[in-house]
Write a protein that binds this ligand. Structure first.
Ligand code: UTP
Length: 293
């Protein structure tokens, strides 16, 4: 077992067709939640979980991602001139949360294919995959919850939630048994991406975070295109689950799918309502607005 998990991979190269037309101009992973892009929350979650090295998988038209995690001398000069050094320090701190590097997925051939671009970065270590358009607000960072589960059982792990029956077909279904003595952990022996109703084992679906051993790369190399003609990470994890078993963690926290319009708006309302600068006024607005519905 690896002693510590220090590497995370964030696939962020997808086209984001569910977020058209905006995704043509702004990577969906960079859409704002109040004043910060989704990816910023992911990098903070990783750092708070003990991750020190992050590889972000990008692609054409995703240059804004790299710029965000870099210094911006034009802003610094202006802010310093107006005595706002603290804000400069805050902007710089975003760049130092972890060692962040980037690689391009040259064709959008699916999440599994995106993860396979991280082989050299990962080497022989276990690592975490954080889906670039899924943010999770929680007390204990969701990535930390997975790392803790890995330390408990020594297996690859997936963050899961029970989703409504009608949504399982859009995600995946796990064949899983509760682990005695735990109210959140499940032992997984199989899984299927985008199941037909008769293929559903449980309504537990993987949402946004998985922890994997490095031999997932060999499995991915042998994984043919699956649902939607894409190389599916779930198909590779299925092989892993059948071979070694995996742990599913019914994580504490709320997950928002920023690849969908509804998820983006729900994340924004949630965050804005508790925002230190605008929260109070926003809550007052919400109360008034709710009265008009
Ligand atoms: P999604 O399946 O939600 O992304 O992948 P998508 O393909 O962009 O979505 P739609 O259906 O067209 O709206 C989850 C994460 O994996 C990344 C995405 O950027 C997203 O963060 N991804 C997906 C890649 O990096 N490469 C791919 O080929 C596909």
């Amino acid at each position: 077992m690896s002693n510590t998990i220090t590497k995370a991979v964030i696939p962020a190269a997808g086209l984001g067709t569910r977020m058209l037309p905006i995704a043509r101009a702004i990577p969906k992973e960079m859409l704002p939640i109040v004043d910060r892009p989704a990816l910023s929350y992911l990098v903070e979650e990783a750092a708070a979980s003990g991750i020190t090295d992050i590889l972000i998988i990008t692609g054409r038209g995703k240059g804004a991602i790299e710029d965000y995690f870099d210094y911006s001398p034009e802003y610094d000069a202006k802010l310093i001139a107006s005595g706002k050094q603290a804000l400069v320090d805050e902007l710089h701190s975003v760049c130092h949360l972890a060692n962040i590097s980037f690689i391009r997925q040259k064709e959008t051939r699916g999440l599994g294919h995106a993860v396979s671009c991280a082989r050299t970065f990962v080497g022989n270590d276990h690592f975490v995959v954080m889906y670039g358009d899924d943010i999770i607000f929680s007390n204990v960072p969701a990535t930390r919850q997975l790392i803790d589960a890995y330390h408990r059982y020594g297996l690859g792990a997936a963050a899961v939630k029970a989703v409504p029956e009608e949504l399982v077909c859009r995600y995946c279904s796990l064949k899983a048994e509760p682990i005695p003595g735990s109210d959140r952990d499940w032992h997984v022996t199989d899984m299927i991406e985008k199941p037909r109703p008769e293929q559903i084992w449980t309504n537990l679906s993987i949402l946004g975070r998985v922890l994997l051993p490095a031999d997932i790369f060999d499995i991915l190399d042998r994984t043919p295109p699956g649902a939607g003609g894409e190389i599916q990470l779930t198909d590779a994890m299925r092989t892993l689950a059948q071979r070694d078993g995996m742990t599913a963690v019914d994580f504490e926290g709320t997950r928002f799918d920023l690849g969908s319009k509804l998820g983006l708006m729900m994340a924004n309302v949630t965050r804005a309502a508790e925002h230190p600068e605008i929260g109070e006024e926003f809550r007052a607005f919400l109360r008034e607005f709710a009265g008009t519905l």
